[in-house]
Ligand binder design. Structure first.
Ligand SMILES: [Zn+2]
Length: 154
């Protein structure tokens, strides 16, 4: 995927479309069903391209009720393997912008959510879609394994 060609999901049929930035945006149409992609492109331009910080206070709003799937990184500043995973998550947030939210939750400061999800060791990556846990990965895995873990939603 070249830079400047965001991928947006067609709101009608769900097909992923590559859209050129610039003047084409206003006429952007789904390659599959020809529905207008203008709204989806606008939503995409607000999608974060870096991991976002979530807390006990906004977890429900930003993760459980997210319209996009969310990968939540349960981490803490003192955790060495968490620091290993952090740059991988930054890359994934950028790569899957508009298709996936990458969120980070500090377990030391947000014990309620960590215990709700029975997070016993960190890093733990939990994939949540439509409020449901789809899958989790415990420990610092390779970038390839983490990306494979996401393949069910992106
Ligand atoms: Zn379509």
């Amino acid at each position: 995927m070249s830079e400047g060609s965001p991928v947006v999901r067609c709101p009608v049929c769900g097909t992923l479309n590559k859209v050129k930035t610039g003047r084409d945006l206003e006429q952007a149409r789904c390659g599959q069903c020809h529905a207008s992609l203008t709204g989806a492109v606008a939503a995409n331009s607000h999608a974060p391209s870096a991991p976002v910080t979530v807390t006990d206070a906004d977890f429900s709003e930003r993760v459980i009720h997210s319209s996009l799937p969310v990968l939540v990184d349960f981490w803490a500043p003192w955790c060495g393997p968490c620091r290993q995973v952090a740059p991988v998550l930054e890359e994934l947030a950028e790569k899957y912008r508009g298709r996936l939210i990458v969120a980070k939750l500090n377990v030391d400061e947000n014990g309620y959510t960590a215990s709700e999800f029975r997070v016993a060791s960190i890093p733990t990556l939990i994939l949540i879609k439509d409020g449901n846990e789809l899958n989790r990965m415990v420990g610092a895995e390779s970038p390839a394994r983490i990306e494979q873990f996401l393949s069910m939603v992106v």
